[in-house]
Design a protein around this ligand. Structure first.
Ligand code: ADP
Length: 192
């Protein structure tokens, strides 16, 4: 069987993180969330965290160079090399996607699947508002949420077209406006 190496696309609030985590557990491979790595770095006050903080708090993207170094290092750790991975939240810009295309062959890896989870904008805003109440993330205020959606449309949505044209990675679109379990089942079938 080919090793599973997948990326998750989709706007904030689409359920990427939740599904990526469940699927990674099910497949027994690392779940690599750049958002989680950055939040932890921020909490711990590491140099990367200090650099990322202002961008994250505004709902802007952290500079590509920071993310590239982080991903280059993480994908070469033993678990990722031997088991495969799910990348959640990366790539988020065309620069990052091109970087990944170059990096993977250099480290003898390839990405077989890009999963694009789609959800209508009104649903996203309401979901993110609820999450803000539950988790209290500093980037979950209404103004910042709206900015994250704008940034998604400008910077990340073009990746759908990028992966549609890619000959290495197959793009699959999944309707994210359904129950968690139904979506998980569909993802399990896609990666079987
Ligand atoms: P969500 O998908 O809910 O927007 P994430 O947890 O994936 O949130 O990311 C939170 C924040 O971390 C982003 O708004 C951004 O500031 C930063 N971030 C995460 N991944 C990247 C990336 N690949 N490039 C730039 N910034 C990123």
């Amino acid at each position: 069987m080919t090793k599973n190496r997948l990326i998750f696309l989709g706007p904030p609030g689409a359920g990427k993180g939740t599904q990526a985590k469940i699927l990674a557990d099910y497949l027994g491979i690392p779940h690599i969330s750049t958002g989680e790595i950055l939040r932890k770095a921020k909490q711990e006050g590491t140099p990367v965290g200090l650099q990322a903080k202002a961008y994250m708090d505004r709902g802007d993207l952290v500079p590509d160079s920071v993310l590239q170094e982080l991903v280059r290092e993480r994908l070469q750790q033993t678990d990722a090399q031997t088991q495969g991975w799910i990348l959640d939240g990366f790539p988020r810009t065309l620069v990052q996607a091109n970087f990944l295309e170059t990096l993977l062959p250099e480290i003898n890896q390839s990405c077989n699947l890009a999963i694009n989870i789609t959800v209508a904008d009104e649903v996203l805003v309401s979901r993110l508002g609820k999450r803000a109440e539950l988790e209290g993330r500093s980037d979950d205020t209404e103004e910042v949420i709206r900015n994250r959606l704008v940034v998604y449309g400008q910077e990340t949505a073009p990746l759908i077209d990028f992966y549609q044209k890619s000959s290495n990675t197959t793009l699959v679109t999944v309707d994210g406006d359904r129950s968690l379990e139904v979506i998980t089942d569909e993802l399990k079938k896609l990666t079987a």
